[in-house]
Design a binder for this molecule. Structure first.
Ligand SMILES: [Zn+2]
Ligand SMILES: [Zn+2]
Length: 373
């Protein structure tokens, strides 16, 4: 059953009027879907949002479902159709002209599953991996080998779960469909509830002699080393998806994905804001007043001579274009900002003190002259 709790109004979700035409619905859906598609939108909530939008459109674009929804809201629709039913006839890929070929991965279990035996369609679970990256590694990009343990098809029985030499038989309880149908009639409505067959756990098959290696599960856990390509310029909290590298599916469906989330270790001398970097450098008070050139080390080790103009105030940032973090997708680099801190001298020698006193005298005199003029 589709859950009816905490669901937003479908019209609100698409941002349209209750009287919206089919074309208006289609246009609203297309725009929102393109914006929220998880391939483009890296927001962690993008997938949930995209599903919400797609579900709203699947219901409202179907006249019968829309009438039901208008009359009874989420409660009626939820009683009558499961989320799976709602999405079943809806072709996402076609809608975008094949622009996004990986739509089934977003919808995971419910879009891929069709009526009939559930084996052969449901995907395995996605796995998550947290990847720690040094600042320089994120800037350069490259390859990292990671080690994971995941479930995969059992070698011994090739995923069937049956001891080699034996064959699974059709489950007598569900007649091989993997599902039990319960039909209820009431209030002039016919409600069909599908539940997973308890005897075969949805596989549709009965294993008389289980495989020793996997105890009949058809999957076993195994360690794995995987190569992860790190794009230059990746930021903290981004997700790299390795399609098909997640958990195996016990019922024979395709494996899930591996989602690698990046965590950037802080750098002792650089701070990152988007593609720009910030570093702090200190100059003496006379140098700031008279102007000077100072060496600044950019990320990666390059030494750049930076001109500090005469009269630079503490806290001024000097911009070095193109010396920041690489932009993802090879689109150049951000900027490096050198924040100048002016050091006020302490522990003055007698001579320094005298010079500064002279300077103060000169300043006072100049101010007085300016006032008189
Ligand atoms: Zn096995
Ligand atoms: Zn069964």
């Amino acid at each position: 059953m589709a859950t009816t709790q905490q669901k937003r109004d479908y019209y609100d979700v698409l941002g349209v009027d209750r009287s919206a035409t089919r074309d208006q619905l289609k246009q609203a859906y297309r725009q929102l879907a393109l914006k929220c598609h998880p391939d483009r939108n890296k927001d962690p909530d993008a997938t949930a949002k995209f599903r919400e939008i797609a579900e709203a459109y699947a219901v409202l674009s179907d006249d019968a479902k829309r009438r039901e929804y208008d009359a009874t809201g989420h409660v009626g629709v939820g009683e009558r159709w499961t989320t799976e039913d709602l999405m079943r006839d809806f072709q996402f890929g076609d809608f975008f002209g094949g622009r996004f070929d990986d739509l089934s991965s977003i919808f995971g279990d419910f879009i891929g599953r069709r009526a009939g035996p559930s084996r052969g369609a449901a995907r395995g679970a996605d796995l998550r991996y947290d990847l720690d990256l040094a600042f320089e590694e994120a800037a350069k990009g490259g390859e990292r080998i990671i080690h994971i343990t995941r479930s995969e098809k059992c070698d011994t029985c090739r995923g069937s779960g049956a001891k080699p030499g034996t064959t699974p038989t059709k489950c007598s309880e569900c007649n091989g469909t993997g599902q039990k149908q319960e039909v209820k009639t009431g209030k002039g409505m016919r409600m069909v509830t599908l539940t997973t067959c308890a005897k075969c756990h949805g596989r549709g098959q009965w294993i008389e002699t289980p495989c020793d290696a996997c105890r009949g599960n058809g999957v076993q856990f195994a360690p794995h080393s995987l190569k992860v390509q790190i794009p230059a310029g990746i930021d903290d909290g981004m997700m790299i998806r390795l399609a098909g590298q997640g958990e195996a599916n016990a019922n024979g469906g395709p494996p899930g994905d591996l989602l690698v989330r990046t965590h950037l270790r802080p750098h002792p001398s650089f701070e990152r804001h988007g593609d720009d970097l910030y570093t702090v450098t200190t100059v003496g008070f006379p140098e700031a007043a008279l102007g000077t050139k100072i060496p600044v080390t950019a990320l990666g080790g390059e030494t750049i001579r930076v001109t500090v103009p005469a009269g630079t105030q503490s806290g001024t940032s000097l911009r070095l274009p193109g010396k920041g973090m690489p932009r993802l997708g090879g689109k150049g680099k951000g900027d490096l900002f050198v924040v100048v801190e002016v050091r006020t001298p302490t522990d003055l020698t007698a001579r320094q003190k005298k010079l500064l006193e002279e300077l103060t005298g000169l300043e006072t005199k100049r101010n007085r002259d300016e006032v008189q003029r």
